[in-house]
Ligand binder design. Structure first.
Ligand code: AMP
Ligand code: FE
Ligand code: FE
Ligand code: ZN
Length: 289
């Protein structure tokens, strides 16, 4: 069984539509894929609708990647199999997602002040109705020839945390987020906890605090973790008694990583599905996984 528990679609900053994402996941030989757009569940319905058309069985795990902040440092929390209609958690996701719009406007204005001919219309054309993020603005900068790749826009000069055109968005307290996800029947996994090349990360001691608050697992096998980091995270997880997962964090053509680049152990996946009660994995054509 090949299980990839972290991917993005056009509902946030991925480039595959949700239907394309599940088709590509099946074509890549995955048995289970989780759709985890930033602060949004808007892609779920389209992904589910595309499942019966697949020529291989693929099970969809519904989820989201929540933008959180702890002691001034950003962190991402993966949430799986929660009830997307549960009102308190829904309201929290909407607060974060909606605040991305004025925040992106601020970043566009800062770029304009620096003489970059970016426009709001350009950014909204690129993003469509997605949960708006820096990668959309970065794509505009690539179109304008300001930088060569999306990644090149994540520097102090441009959009990196604290960079010259960076603006903060509203982010959730992770302890509150864990509580909300659990109350909605979901399971939580700390995404890429030691991805230092993306910016500051919370100290590893924070993982223990989050575990004490009910965090279910940490994402260990991720392209932004080198081998020693993975080994250290695995021993932290064992000490704390939390699950360890692996995933691609696929973003389509906005990032150079393939679906299934890292995967999750079937036993861990089984445990996630046993703990969750807000939603069930959705089996596609050909049976369940
Ligand atoms: P935002 O949620 O708008 O603050 O944007 C953060 C997103 O930008 C992350 O979830 C990644 O998808 C992407 N990102 C962060 N750092 C980089 C990087 N160095 N290169 C490419 N994409 C990045
Ligand atoms: Fe992203
Ligand atoms: Fe992330
Ligand atoms: Zn992600």
């Amino acid at each position: 069984m090949r299980i990839d528990l972290h991917t993005h679609s056009t509902a946030s900053d991925g480039t595959d539509t949700p239907a394309e994402l599940v088709r590509n996941a099946a074509a890549a030989g995955l048995d289970v894929v989780a759709l985890t757009d930033h602060d949004s569940t808007r892609g779920h319905a389209e992904a589910i609708a595309a499942l019966p058309e697949l020529d291989r069985p693929l099970t969809l795990v519904t989820g989201a990647e929540l933008s959180c902040r702890l002691d001034g440092v950003g962190l991402h929390l993966l949430a799986y199999l929660f009830d997307a209609d549960e009102p308190d958690f829904l309201a929290a996701r909407e607060l974060v997602r909606d605040d991305r719009v004025p925040r992106a406007r601020t970043m566009v204005a800062r770029l304009q002040e620096r003489g970059v001919p970016i426009t709001w219309e350009q950014v909204t054309r690129i993003a469509g109705d997605a949960s708006l993020g820096r990668p959309h603005i970065a794509t505009a900068l690539v179109e304008l020839g300001v930088v060569e790749t999306v990644s090149d826009a994540f520097t102090p000069e441009w959009l990196a945390d604290g960079g010259r055109a960076y603006a903060e968005k509203y982010e959730l307290d992770p302890f509150e987020a864990i509580r909300l996800v659990k109350a909605a029947g979901g399971v939580t996994v700390f995404a890429h906890p030691a991805a230092v090349k993306r910016g500051r990360v919370v100290p590893e001691a924070a993982i223990g605090r989050l575990a004490a608050a009910g965090l279910d697992g940490i994402e260990v096998d991720h392209m932004d973790h080198d081998a020693p980091t993975r080994a250290r995270l695995r021993s932290i997880a064992a000490e704390l008694g939390v699950l360890t997962t692996g995933s691609s964090d696929y973003h389509g053509s906005r990032k150079f990583v393939e679906l299934g680049a890292c995967t999750t152990d079937p036993e861990v996946y089984g445990e996630i599905t046993r703990r969750a009660f807000g939603a069930f994995p959705v089996p596609g054509a050909g049976g369940a996984a």
